[in-house]
Ligand binder design. Structure first.
Ligand SMILES: Nc1ncnc2c1ncn2[C@@H]1O[C@H](COP(=O)(O)OP(=O)(O)OP(=O)(O)O)[C@@H](O)[C@H]1O
Ligand SMILES: [Mg+2]
Length: 362
């Protein structure tokens, strides 16, 4: 018999699907308000492994070209597999689909700043303003060594065309897009006001994002086009094996640098160093733009790439900062049956989990 209270329950305890569309996979977290903390009710991850076999088959590329029909199919599949009746989606946009600039203002009233931002936006946004959605947030204020006061504003603009594409994709998958935000904001929500000055390195498949947080809030984020897939490709070509086998070997052995993984480490480390050099560039640029902020105190690793065995130790030594893996699940209630998976999902799901929190925390 149908539960007569079904409708009632759903309106009192609504849940949302946080959807993170990466370059090679889709992650979905269904979140609702739990008793004493948010509750992860259900989740789904779907990888498009086609990208391993064929160089060009990624779900998204930096050139903004999205293979919409494939994403729609994957969305339908993942939601069907999850068996969730929830249709309300909060989704993230990858950093490369937004333009982000840092604006600098002296001591001014918020209303004056708003005026100035609108006036200056034209200079920073490479498209006509009528074609973008603009958002801004104050991310820092400090005095420089000469005693000048600075207020830093992060100006985020997303092409309207991109937003329409997302709306159309979710609609085609039978879902309702309630909110869209850049992925770094979703990631930041997981930190819930943690005061440590943090640099998050999110190593995805085709890209790595570097996100700087101060007092648990986003300050700045940037992205580079190198990710975990380059390690797999390196193994495949050096050992002359197929990419699927190379992917397995990478996950099994990591970069521990001892015993049977020594040889594999020597193949992968130069590619990992390329990623870390991009991180150093981001650190340098952050220091230049935000000279008055505290130095980064810790590194937090995220993204599937963060599950590489031995990565924490390697990064800690390379960057000279305490390094840990991200642990978003600690903020959630979740089904006990998930416990054995949490170690690995922690790195993979922070963006989808942060998205799932959006309607409850903001
Ligand atoms: N145990 C593991 N060891 C090493 N690498 C891993 C492991 N698990 C996943 N990866 C790697 O993580 C990457 C996928 O990470 P993730 O799911 O965060 O990417 P994505 O979000 O789809 O991509 P992007 O963020 O670039 O758009 C792949 O390169 C995969 O090989
Ligand atoms: Mg990702």
């Amino acid at each position: 018999m149908d539960n007569p209270f079904n409708f009632f329950q759903r309106t009192v305890f609504p849940s949302y699907l946080g959807v993170d569309i990466g370059t090679t996979s889709i992650k979905v977290a269904e979140v609702r308000n739990g008793k004493d903390r948010p509750e992860l009710v259900n989740y789904g991850i779907l990888e498009s492994s086609g990208y391993l076999a064929r160089e060009n088959q990624a779900l998204q590329t930096s050139s903004l070209k999205i293979f919409e029909s494939e994403i729609v199919d994957l969305l339908k599949t993942v939601v069907r597999e999850m068996g969730t009746p929830t249709k309300d989606v909060v989704a993230s946009l990858p950093l490369f689909s937004a333009f982000i600039s840092v604006l600098d203002f002296p001591r001014m009233e918020p209303r004056e700043i708003e005026h100035a931002i609108v006036y200056q936006a034209k200079q920073y946004v490479p498209l006509p303003l009528s074609e973008v959605a603009l958002d801004w947030l104050k991310v820092a204020e400090f005095e420089d060594e000469k005693g000048f006061f600075h207020q830093k504003i992060l100006l985020i603009s997303v092409p309207q065309e991109q937003i329409k594409k997302y709306q159309a994709m979710f609609a085609a998958a039978g879902l309702t897009l309630r909110a869209l935000e850049i992925e770094s904001l979703s990631l930041t929500r997981i930190f819930g006001g943690d005061p440590t000055s943090t640099m998050v390195i999110d190593i995805g498949s085709r890209s790595t994002s570097v996100v700087f947080l101060e007092k648990g809030s986003l300050v700045w984020a940037t992205q580079s086009d190198f990710g975990g897939a380059s390690l797999t490709q390196a193994l495949a070509s050096s050992l002359n094996i197929n990419p699927l086998r190379a992917e397995e070997l990478k996950k099994e052995r990591g970069v521990l640098g001892t015993g049977p993984s020594y040889e594999l480490s020597t193949i992968m480390l130069p590619f990992l160093d390329v990623i870390l050099n991009e991180v150093r560039k981001a650190q340098f640029s952050y220091g230049e733009q935000f000279p008055g902020l505290r130095k980064t105190e810790r590194v937090v690793l995220a993204g599937g790439g963060a599950n590489l065995l031995g990565l924490e130790q390697y990064v800690e030594r390379a960057l000279g900062l305490p390094t840990v893996k991200i642990s978003p699940f600690s903020r959630f209630q979740y089904p006990a049956a998930m416990e054995p998976l949490v170690g690995e999902l922690n790195a993979v799901m922070p963006i989808s989990l942060g998205l799932g929190l959006k309607e409850f925390l903001s």
